[in-house]
Every structure is written in C-alpha cells, then in structure tokens.
Design a binder for this molecule. Structure first.
Ligand SMILES: Cc1cc2nc3c(=O)[nH]c(=O)nc-3n(C[C@H](O)[C@H](O)[C@H](O)COP(=O)(O)O)c2cc1C
Length: 429
C-alpha cells in the first residue's frame, strides 16, 4: 500500500437508464444475444470464459491495476501485456513486477513474446510452475520493428517451421496438452502485408501443436492501425479452421454491440477487445449485459468517470510509485476524458501532471454532470492511423534455405518491455 490514503471509492450504479440506451447509428438495430445464441469459451477443463470476451493484451495498459478495474466491472478473460521471454528467464525485476497478478485474479492470464524456442519453453515453465499462470498467450502479431526485426511477433507466422517450434516449446514448458497443463493460445495478424498473408499457415500450426485457440487482429502488420479491420477475413479463418481450433476475432470493437455483430457476421467463437476499452472499463459491464440478453446500461456521465479515473490513479501509484504511476496516468486522463466538450484545455494540463494532487486540481475544472457524448462512442483511441511502408524482418527471414539463420539470441534486451506499438496519443479528443 502506498503512503497515499486510499479513498473509499465505490463504483456508482450507472443511474440514468434511458428507455433506449446510448448506441451509435451503426448498432441501432442490433438485438442483444438470444438465449443459447453464443457459447462460453473453453480454455481448459477447469476454466470456461463467459461471456466469450477477452481483454486484449496491451503493453503499458493491461497491467494489474487496469485488469482489476475491468474485472470489477464485468466478466471475461483479462490478459496481461506482452513480456519478453528472456526477461522472465533472466528474472529481470521490471519484467517480474509486470508479471505479477492481483489477489482477485482467479484466472492468471499472460502473454509472452520471443523467437528462441528454448527460451520460450523456459519462460512458459517458469510462468506455469513458479507464477501459477493459468493461461499463456503467445504474441505472434506485434508489428513493431523492435520485435519483428528479431523474428518475434508477426514475423513468426511468416516462418511456419519456426512458429511450430516456438509453439511446441511453449506447450511443452506449460506441461503439455494433457490434464493439469496450462493452456496455450496464439494471437496473430492477417499477415505481414497484402502480399504475404500468413493466417492460414498460422491456423495449421496452431491447430497441429495443441493451441487452445487462435485470435486474429484482422489487419496486416504493414497496416498497423490504419484502415478498417477486415472482419470478412475472420469469417474466412473460421471456415478454414472448422472444428480444428476455436477462432477469436479482433479489431475495431468499440461498442458492446460490435462484439455481437462480429460474432454473428463471422461465426467466430469469441472476441478480443483492445482500444475500445481504453478509458472505458465499463465496456466490460455492457458486454456482460448484452451477452446475457439484457440491454446495456448507459455509459457513465463525467462525474462517475472521474471517480473511476481517481481510483485508477491510486491503483497505479500503489503498483508502481507516484512518479511512474502518474506518468502512466497522463495517457489515461486523455482517454477517460476524450470527447467531452470543453475538456481539451484541462487535458493539456493533465498531460503534464506528476502528482495525484496536481491531477485533482485539474479535474476540479471539469463539470461532473456532463453525460457521456454519443460522438465519443466510436472515437478512436490508443493509436494513430498511419501505416508502415515495410515490416522489418531479420536478414534472410523469408528465404531461410538460402541464407544463414539469423542469430535470434540477439533479441531485445533482457527484461525489455516494448513500448506500446506506437506512442499513445495524449491530447487529442
Ligand atoms: C496501447 C496498445 C498496446 C498493445 N500491446 C499489445 C501487446 O502487448 N500484445 C498484443 O498481442 N497486442 C498488443 N496490442 C494490440 C491489441 O491487442 C489489439 O490486437 C489491437 O489493438 C486491435 O484490437 P482493437 O481494434 O480492439 O484495438 C496493443 C494495442 C494497443 C492499442
């Protein structure tokens, strides 16, 4: 517990249920789930996930404080951010701190990245045996240079031979595929770029090596976050995977009704949600409601959001310290207040706060009575919309038979936790 006294904060019931809940035009006619329409996701003999909704692993975002906030709002599976396997095998202090779980985490879910099978196996064993993880996801979709240029992230499915070795190693480290083992899943993108689509190979490898499911962000790595996620590719992937392995769809779910639409349009078995929940942990409450066949509560008004924001800040200060916690909090302040009229000046101030007291004095300028603006429902958050000209790969990556294998042992520094794939925006609305 930090030296800051924790206010006793309770999330208020979201009090203003209008007869027609706040929805975008796009979702105006989408019905809530019918009874029996969707099934829980099966992660293992002991763990089933209902609703079939997964909080996407996000570097710098899905740390214990944020996972805790989301969990208290709703239900589903909450995955810790990607950690480098070597950071775990070398017991790097920063990595281990990020790999910790809160006492309320009954399902301990975490993502690792790397391209060296032995290292990945050791990391998986450590997670399973020492940290008590219940689920290990492998990042095979990250598009950033720092990762792909060392063969990790989205570079791996472009080399199905190596992807197979890495996945087999993690499954082995996690105790195999039998009873009592820790389930392993993979998360990919469509491919490197339009000319190098890799998801079919990835499905074959994932199904063949005993992954429990495969999730796909329906953009290529070259796209980064530009354009629209291609949900039709998720439908193709579901057809291709058939009964071999469950498929989770990911990309551009901003409202709970988008999750229902994605599942209906693609037939996928579950959804992974990233940016839509940035500064909106109550999205998980709405998801639980619509999957249970109920209309969702309206989103909170600004005053209710500020209560959540304040609690989030306290949790971050407690988990890190005030300096690091408030540095982290700057981007959250932008996300929580995004789209509220008149908040941009305050956001400029919030983008520079260093203490809880400073943050409070900026927040005091905001009018707590403002309702959540309809225009903010689908506002993009978390990434800018640019693409990248090329995906950086190790030399000879795509022609391993003619080139010397790259030395993957020179991966990112031990304990290196990559920054979010791009700097999150802080001051736009
Ligand atoms: C700030 C940020 C950090 C991310 N970090 C990770 C990560 O650690 N591992 C990963 O597999 N994907 C990461 N992603 C990608 C998301 O998991 C997700 O695939 C992507 O945001 C698309 O889903 P969305 O449209 O719901 O946001 C990150 C995305 C954001 C916005």
């Amino acid at each position: 517990m930090s030296s800051h006294s924790r206010r006793s904060v309770h999330f208020p019931p979201f009090a203003h249920n209008a007869p027609v809940p706040l929805r975008s035009e796009l979702n105006a006619e989408v019905p809530v789930a019918a009874e029996g329409e969707f099934r829980p996701l099966t992660l293992s003999d002991d763990i089933s996930v209902w609703p079939p909704v997964v909080l996407a692993p996000m570097a710098g975002v899905t740390n214990p404080p944020y996972r805790s906030l989301c969990r208290r709002m709703g239900a589903g599976l909450y995955v810790a951010e990607m950690l480098h396997a070597r950071g775990l095998t070398e017991q790097n202090a920063r990595t281990l701190h990020l790999a910790s779980f809160g006492p309320d985490e009954t399902v301990r879910s975490i993502q690792i990245f790397g391209a060296v099978p032995d290292e990945m196996e050791t990391a998986a064993r450590f997670l399973a045996e020492e940290l008590g993880a219940h689920h290990i996801d492998i990042n095979m979709g990250c598009p950033v240079r720092k990762i792909t240029s060392k063969g990790g992230g989205s570079a791996l499915p472009a080399r199905p031979d190596l992807m197979r070795k890495v996945l087999a190693a993690v499954v082995k480290g996690a105790g195999g595929t039998g009873t009592g083992s820790v389930p392993v899943t993979v998360k990919i993108r469509l491919g490197l770029d339009d000319d190098r689509i890799t998801w079919r190979d990835a499905v074959d490898v994932a199904a063949g090596e005993g992954a429990r499911w495969i999730g796909m962000h329906a953009r290529t790595s070259a796209q980064l976050y530009s354009g629209k996620a291609d949900w039709s590719a998720i439908a193709d992937m579901k057809d291709y995977a058939g009964d071999r392995i469950p498929v989770l769809g990911n990309g551009d779910i901003w409202e709970a009704f988008d999750a229902l639409r994605m599942m209906r349009e693609t037939g996928c078995d579950g959804v992974i949600i990233g940016r839509g929940c940035l500064g909106r942990p109550w999205l998980f409450r709405e998801l639980a409601q619509v999957f249970d066949g109920r209309e969702p509560d309206d989103p909170p008004h600004l005053g209710e959001i500020l209560v959540i924001l304040r609690e989030h800040a306290e949790l971050l200060v407690e988990f890190f310290d005030e300096t690091k916690g408030m540095l982290e909090m700057r981007k959250w302040c932008a996300w929580y207040t995004k789209g509220f009229a008149g908040s941009s000046t305050v956001r400029d101030g919030l983008a520079r706060v260093s203490t809880l007291d400073e943050m409070d004095s900026w927040l005091a300028h905001l009018d707590p009575s403002i309702p959540f603006p309809r225009s903010a429902l689908r506002v993009k958050r978390g990434k800018r919309g640019r693409s990248q000209d090329k995906v950086h790969l190790p030399h000879g990556w795509l022609t391993p038979e003619t080139c010397a294998a790259p030395d993957l042992t020179e991966g990112p520094e031990a304990g290196d936790v990559p920054e979010p794939c791009e700097t999150p925006e802080t001051a736009d609305s």
